[in-house]
Design a binder for this molecule. Structure first.
Ligand code: TV7
Ligand code: CA
Ligand code: ZN
Length: 382
């Protein structure tokens, strides 16, 4: 039951702790905690968080991590020290340029998992219908390896916990520009989990997996879906692909909860990939996933963050829309960005021109997926 227009009923929970900011690689690394800090500052400045209770997570414990990760790998993360005078890189993907060892890595990565688990528990226990943890979305982490800036796979741990706590059918939707390989791998042979990833075509982007032929194994055949999109793809084309595949898949699978990885590195300005979405298109994708959870999963929606490397001009606006979407508090793309936020990022990132409005004037005005009577707001096919 979506809230009637104007009603400020909060159906969503925001998971947050400043400890998310401890997930800090090196100063040169593209995944910077400032993107989370700037997002929360923008959401706050717009009044989005007024009256919203923040759920503060604690670190996931060893038993939680063992749902997905091997004991040896967890131990290696705990023991990892930046190599002092030794050229020997630690094993398990640790100490590579993508995943350099940083102090407190195990603890920081465990808090990220704790955030996604807290969101899952809040939904499972009926305390909220929707929960968002923008610190999560570490979809590349493997059972025994760090990969692609991801140490522990928070979404996979949370999905595993949900499977043991009353959920038999879980849909995972991954709109990050990169393939959600770690989550797909964790549940590739498990028919209870449908994984869907949209991503830049594997022939053109790391990790070079997520081919359409990857569809699940054994009894789980058909429960992995991969939708590669070509470099240069814009809002309307991307959304058309989403709507051609995802609503039908969810209608057939009948999930009890939708888990969304909401990476925003699909943006045209993102430095790591080559898609050409705008914040408006990303906003439409979030609203579509929320509405699909409303239609097919009794409103149960767990959203996590993920990639997104435009730390001033993209991530804060996009994830503020994500938070607003979960909270049923629409922010129009025309909305002016408050001056206090502009001043804040000017002081901390003087080299970047901050955005002025909450949208990019994206091309979703062209809505080829809209049948007669469609509102176009989420691109919902009807
Ligand atoms: C979810 N692309 C994570 C996405 C992970 C992408 C990669 C970089 C990168 C790493 C850096 C850096 C970078 C400008 C970009 C084959 C390589 C090429 C490392 C330099 N600048 C998510 C992972 C991807 C690290 N990895 O899905 C330190 O780009 O392409 C690769 C692998 C070998 C390693 N080199 C890159 O969004 C959260 N890494 C600067 C400093
Ligand atoms: Ca993806
Ligand atoms: Zn990514």
């Amino acid at each position: 039951h979506p809230a009637p227009p104007g009603e400020q009923r909060s159906t969503g929970t925001v998971v947050w702790t400043d400890r998310f900011l401890d997930y800090t690689w090196t100063p040169e690394h593209p995944m910077k905690p400032a993107r989370l800090k700037f997002t929360m500052a923008l959401a706050e400045s717009l009044g989005l968080l007024d009256g919203v209770e923040l759920l503060a997570p604690t670190a996931a414990d060893r038993a939680d991590l063992l749902r997905i990760h091997t004991p040896d790998y967890i131990e290696a993360v705990e023991q990892a020290r930046a190599p002092v005078g030794s050229p020997q890189a630690p094993p398990y993907g640790l100490g590579s340029p993508d995943n350099p060892v940083f102090p407190g890595m195990h603890q920081a990565a465990s808090v990220i998992v704790g955030g996604t688990l807290a969101a899952a528990r809040a939904i499972a226990e009926g305390r909220t219908r929707r929960a968002v943890s923008i610190g999560g979305g570490m979809h590349h982490a493997m059972a025994d390896a760090a990969s692609g800036f991801c140490v522990y796979n928070d979404a996979a741990v949370a999905i595993s916990w949900l499977l043991d706590n009353g959920f038999d059918r879980i849909a995972y939707l991954d709109v990050d520009v990169h393939h959600g390989d770690g989550v797909q791998r964790a549940f590739y042979a498990d028919p209870r989990v449908l994984t869907v990833s949209l991503h830049q075509h594997p022939a053109t982007l790391w990790p070079n997996t997520g081919w359409p032929e990857e569809t699940g194994a054994g009894a789980a055949a058909g429960t992995a879906i991969n939708l590669p999109v070509l470099p240069g793809t814009r809002d309307a084309q991307w959304l058309r692909g989403f709507h051609a595949v995802v609503p039908g898949a969810l209608a057939a699978f009948r999930p009890q909860i939708v888990v969304s990885q909401c990476g925003v590195d699909t943006h045209c300005e993102d430095p790591l990939a080559d898609l050409a979405l705008t914040v408006d298109g990303q906003r439409a994708a979030f609203r579509a996933m929320r509405d699909l959870a409303d239609q097919h999963a009794e409103g149960r929606w767990l959203a996590v963050g993920g990639g997104g490397y435009g730390l001033v001009r993209v991530v804060p606006r996009a994830w503020t829309h994500l938070l607003a979407t979960a909270l049923d508090r629409t922010i129009a793309p025309e909305t002016a960005i408050p001056q206090d936020w502009i001043d804040l990022v000017r002081a901390q990132a003087p080299q970047v021109d901050p955005p002025r409005t909450m949208g990019d004037g994206g091309d979703i005005a062209y809505r080829p997926w809209d049948g007669p009577g469609g509102t176009g707001e989420t691109g919902d096919a009807r």
